[in-house]
Design a protein around this ligand. Structure first.
Ligand SMILES: [Zn+2]
Length: 539
């Protein structure tokens, strides 16, 4: 519990009148508002925070119909916001089998056998999360073993790293690949024929199989979407920036809105190829709950695929420098088009060459005063250097990172070997970005990485590679709250707990600020509140 003498004065807004609908008291309120850093209690009226202060001060807000919740010392933080997530992919993901806790290939076979009994012959089985290190056998399952377990259902099982998958013969046949004939993997699919003969596929070969899986029907997708939203709320997330990839996804969201209440603030970011759809509105009950906020322009690819565009070659001896997906001229045109839509500009830039190219174009716009007042955000901004950081600060762009992707790039992708020590030192330099006063927001990239913001904060504050770039817990919280609100220009209504802001709140089992950094992920989300309504409760 907070020391009462440290608590700020209770502030009541003139906007909404007491009595409140909801009062949370006996808590530790971590406001993320520097003028009143902590409090004991919060009052909510309609969807607005109307008072933040001491328990006693809430008496003025309580009426006959006020719901009062005793927090028993639990911590309240501003509702987490995830600034990079693929919601419909997580909807698909929920229809897959979770293989994370399988301890042997025999057990895997048994699970698949049972699962296939609920499927029609020929229906696909998709699984994810297996790890040979967890298996007694300490090896990958073979094609033969999968065929024994599920001879009649095409099956694809993604490894925990998502970098490769195991498949059975039926899946290969459906995809037109023949494990006995290496030529079926060429020329678009570079594949080691021995691994393929064993049913292990990487890169494009895995994609070829993936693409032959039929899409689930609309009903299945709508109910999976409902479940996906539930999982997001369970992680304490009250708002998402959803990267949309197809018009089908937009239609699905519209349909969902027309049938059901969307339980959290859902901002959609469209690819630039869909910028003509930027004005679409969504029939949702809560004002502004679902809307298109940004357009993404993809400047280069990804480090793990070595398509992130670099000034100097990757360290694999092949002299490859990745790929810029557009010329400077084309980039100018795309950016101009985004500015015309009035939406936020999101630039996917991973390599230093891509960041440099994007900044050069933005600097030109800035000289002409062409993006004054417009929100520009760099996603990834993975490979940087001090000069690039200074230039990001000068144009006042938001940087959106995914701390768990950063961790995977060091550990799974071996960034130091792939980029060399000097460049890897500047991979996701979060501390430096904060030191320069750049607004850094964070997302999960779910379902590629786990959803939990607490896990993301833990990764950023405990990073093992180049620990000089660790940030502190407060900065970790900022990335998922106030900075995430700034990433959509919403800092006046979201991102901190203060009167006049929307009551999006996350209740945690303990205070992250006083938790050991490596135990941050053990903190439980007790309750998630959106627009003043409890939308998730652990009990
Ligand atoms: Zn992503």
């Amino acid at each position: 519990m907070a020391n009462r003498s440290n608590l700020g004065n209770t502030k009541l807004t003139g906007r909404v009148h007491v009595p409140a609908d909801l009062v949370l008291y006996n808590g530790y309120v971590l406001t993320m508002n520097s003028s009143q850093p902590h409090a004991e209690a919060i009052a909510v009226k309609d969807r607005w925070i109307v008072a933040v202060g001491t328990n006693n001060a809430m008496d003025a807000c309580v009426g006959d119909r006020t719901k009062q919740i005793d927090l028993h010392g639990k911590t309240v933080v501003p509702g987490f916001i995830d600034t990079h997530i693929h919601v419909s992919d997580c909807a698909y993901f929920l229809t897959w089998i979770n293989l994370q806790n399988i301890h042997s290939i025999k057990e895997l076979q048994e699970i698949l056998r049972l699962y296939s009994q609920r499927k029609l012959k020929g229906e696909w089985i998709v699984g994810y999360g297996w790890d040979q290190e967890f298996f007694e056998e300490k090896r990958f399952p073979t094609l033969k073993e999968l065929d024994e377990a599920v001879p009649d259902n095409p099956t694809i099982l993604y490894h925990k790293s998502r970098k490769f998958c195991s498949v059975n013969t039926r899946a290969l046949k459906y995809a037109g690949l023949n494990p006995q004939d290496n030529s079926s993997f060429k020329p678009s699919v570079k594949q080691n024929s021995e691994a393929a003969a064993n049913g292990v596929l990487v890169g494009e070969a895995a994609n070829v199989v993936w693409r032959s899986i039929p899409q689930p029907g609309e009903e299945a997708l709508l109910s999976a979407l409902q479940e996906a939203f539930h999982s997001i709320l369970e992680a304490g997330i009250t708002g998402v920036h959803w990267l949309v990839s197809s018009t089908g996804e937009l239609a699905l969201i519209r349909k969902f809105c027309s049938q059901t209440k969307v339980p959290l603030r859902t901002y959609l970011i469209l690819p630039s190829s869909m910028s003509d759809k930027a004005d679409i509105e969504f029939p949702c009950q809560e004002p502004d709950q679902v809307r298109i906020t940004g357009i993404e322009v993809v400047v280069d690819g990804y480090l793990s695929a070595k398509t992130a565009a670099l000034h100097e070659a990757y360290c694999d001896g092949k002299a490859e420098k990745g790929l810029l997906f557009c010329t400077t001229e084309a980039l100018k045109v795309s950016i101009e088009r985004v500015f015309q839509t009035g939406k936020h500009l999101m630039l996917h830039v991973a390599g230093d060459l891509a960041v440099d190219t994007a900044l050069s174009v933005l600097e030109e716009f800035a000289k002409k005063n062409a993006f004054k007042g417009k929100l520009v955000r760099l996603d990834q901004a993975a490979v940087l250097n001090e000069r690039l950081v200074k230039r990001i600060k000068e144009i006042d762009a938001v940087v959106s990172v995914q701390p768990l992707v950063a961790e995977s790039e060091f550990s799974l992708w071996s960034a130091i070997d792939q980029l060399g020590r000097e460049r890897a030192r500047w991979l996701y330099p979060l501390k430096t970005l904060f030191n320069y006063g750049i607004c850094v927001s964070a997302g999960s990239d779910f379902p590629m990485e786990p959803l939990s913001p607490l896990l993301g904060i833990k990764a950023a504050v405990t990073r093992k590679f180049f620990p000089e770039e660790r940030i502190n817990i407060h900065q970790g919280l900022q990335m998922y709250t106030i900075n995430a609100a700034k990433a959509s220009g919403d800092e006046k209504i979201l991102g901190s707990i203060q009167t006049g802001k929307i009551a999006n709140l996350t209740v945690l089992s303990q205070n992250p600020m006083t938790t050991e950094p490596d135990k941050l992920d053990q903190i439980r989300v007790e309750m998630t509140i959106v627009n003043g309504e409890i939308v998730y409760s652990r009990q």
